[in-house]
Design a protein around this ligand. Sequence first.
Ligand SMILES: *[C@@H]1O[C@H](CO)[C@@H](O)[C@H](O)[C@H]1NC(C)=O
Ligand SMILES: *[C@@H]1O[C@H](CO)[C@@H](O)[C@H](O)[C@H]1NC(C)=O
Length: 446
Amino acid sequence: MLVTLKAVVVVGLAALLCAVATATNGDDIRHAQQFTPLVAKESRRTLALTESGMITAVDVHDGYRNAHHLQFITMEPGSVFLPVLLHADMVFYVHTGRGTVTFIGEGSEEEIDVVRGDVYRLEQGTTFYVKSHPDPARERLRIHAMFGTVEGLSAGVYSNISDLVLGFDDNILQMAFGVSAETIRGIKSAPATSPIVPLFPSNKMEEPNWKEEIIEALFGVRGASDLVNKKKNKKKKSESKAFNFFKAKPDVKNANGWSIALTRKDLKALKGSHLAPFMVNLTRGSMMGPHWNPRASEIAIVIRGKGMVQLVCPSDASGKKIKGTAAAAKCQRAKFKVEEGSVFVVPRFHPMSQISFNDETLVFVGFSSATKNNHPQFLAGKRSVLQVIDADVLAAAFNVDSSVAEGLLAAQGEAVVLPNHRGGCAVEESWSRRAMEAGGDDDKDV
Ligand SMILES: *[C@@H]1O[C@H](CO)[C@@H](O)[C@H](O)[C@H]1NC(C)=O
Ligand SMILES: *[C@@H]1O[C@H](CO)[C@@H](O)[C@H](O)[C@H]1NC(C)=O
């Protein structure tokens, strides 16, 4: 008797592991095999589209080792993004709207309110769900999420609750949850639903309470119960709060714009994260001076305005590919226009510069894949790394007179966020013209 019971438990356990390992989900990762510096908004893939919301996705490669998955989640007011179990770390930015994010870790459950400009990180292994503010007059809640690398990407970046549960045989579920056969059959025969649904379903009266039972049994908490009935059970507010870019003091700020890069000191939830969020705001006609990241690749999303991005191959300014290097490490030089919704990628060591047009600010939020402290290195301006090199040595490096080398570094009085000294309104035109001229030739890879 005892032996049989044990055997059943073992079988049940094996089935559980197996089901988790093979769970498929709707989020359809395409392994980005190749580095592409720019993904336009129109090129996003739609993963879900309902009256309550939409999820689109982009996959990028950082030019070195890592592929990253991004999701853009849009929720109408009063809807819920149903619980998912994260297979990868997730850092998210709240682009518009308001809502609450509830997350369930190992034995704990927390809830944070989020507003525009907030950024937060959820660890892999966390189960979370999101509710948008119910006021229909509110803006839609729009979340930009970036996921860390997942081992065995085929399993996707998350799986939903039905993915986790429904693969089991009825009798195993019945035994595991201690519920009746009818309850299990009720769950299994329910039609598949979409990942974003209205918060208060109209047929609330008919809502069977098995959903709640299952969720409670699954997570051992009463956490998700208000998903199903709108019972206002007060949840413990999280100690930790999201970090808000618009309420924070920028790291660098001058007349040309500002920039903020987050560390663990700014947001405790980043502890152990390989993704560090940042934001840059370039006022009209200014530039993020040419710089590179010694330890990180950058993936950024334009949230406002238009501009140009140039990135340079660190080993060959002519942009020629270095023969014999692995495809992922192919050296790239690129120059492209970005606008709201564009995603652009700058691999580690590639010097880059972002420029806003004269008639518009350019604002982008991003995630750098820093595994250790990354200190961007600037080429121009007061904080240029070239400033510490002896003028003679610098002159020799460029093979010019030392007066030329000195002049090169003396002219720029600002650091990091620089004015566009070329002035005029010619920037956009000349950039686009040159980009077009170059189109057939040196920027072929773009
Ligand atoms: C869960 O994912 C499955 C696909 O793996 C999908 O059919 C189902 O609709 C999803 N459910 C929700 C609530 O997202
Ligand atoms: C960018 O900075 C400018 C100037 O400080 C400000 O007016 C604008 O609101 C900022 N934009 C965003 C999206 O933060």
